[in-house]
Ligand binder design. Structure first.
Ligand code: PRP
Length: 208
């Protein structure tokens, strides 16, 4: 079963409150979502493996450490996932970025894939799928299906707010995928997370 990690860092919680506020405008929403993604990257990178390396300093040899192991890819689910990418890349600038486009049919809430462009060596990368919202889980499940079909094996899912229904569905469909969220909210209502933060895509891009 994929583990659910709720990121309780005070700065993440404080900033999440700012973007939940219905009076937070597009510009501030965009800025603060990226700041949260940056702080989340700091937290979710805690268990990245290190290897020992000797480095020559001006004064001698330091037995030091550097990141080891797999290369990284960040894969935002379009559109709203885009809002988290820059914040993550600030911290992990060498990560490659793939894109997966998903929209939910507003009536049925069924997700549909409309775009996918991934790094060619995605099968060799640690992949972070990002999307501000995990509601029914349909979009995340389908995006991760698409990634696995293209060979990705090592996948984590990162979101701002999650609903219990989406967490359960994602854990059942992809038990190998850990979930990192800033909050686990109360419930889903008509496909929206309650209390949530509204429609992240519309709030990021000012399309409502
Ligand atoms: C929203 C959100 C997620 C999805 C979550 O996207 O950004 O991708 O819904 O819902 P689910 O867990 O029930 O699938 P939306 O379809 O509104 O598209 P957008 O990002 O282009 O606004």
């Amino acid at each position: 079963m994929g583990e659910l990690h709720i990121m309780n860092h005070p700065l993440i919680q404080h900033k999440l409150t700012i973007v939940r506020d219905e009076n937070c405008g597009t510009r501030e929403f965009r800025e603060v979502v990226n700041e949260i993604a940056n702080l989340m990257a700091f937290e979710f990178s805690r268990d990245m493996p290190l290897e020992e390396v000797d480095v020559k300093t001006p004064e001698g040899i330091a037995h030091a450490k550097q990141l080891a192991g797999k290369k990284l890819a960040v894969v935002p689910i379009l559109r709203a996932g885009i809002g988290m990418v820059d914040g993550i890349l600030d911290l992990i600038p060498t990560a490659k970025v793939g894109h997966i486009g998903m929209y939910r049919d507003e009536e049925t809430l069924e997700p549909h894939e409309y775009f996918a462009k991934l790094p060619s060596d995605i099968d060799q990368r640690q992949v972070f799928v990002v999307d501000p919202m995990l509601a029914t889980g349909g979009s995340a499940i389908m995006a991760i299906d698409a990634l696995k079909k293209r060979g990705a094996k090592n996948i984590k899912f990162v979101c701002l707010v999650s609903a219990p229904e989406g967490v359960k569905a994602l854990q059942e469909a992809h038990p190998d995928v850990d979930i990192y969220a800033a909050a686990l909210d109360e419930k889903l209502e008509n496909g929206y997370i309650v209390p949530g933060l509204g429609d992240a895509g519309d709030r990021l891009f000012g399309t409502k």
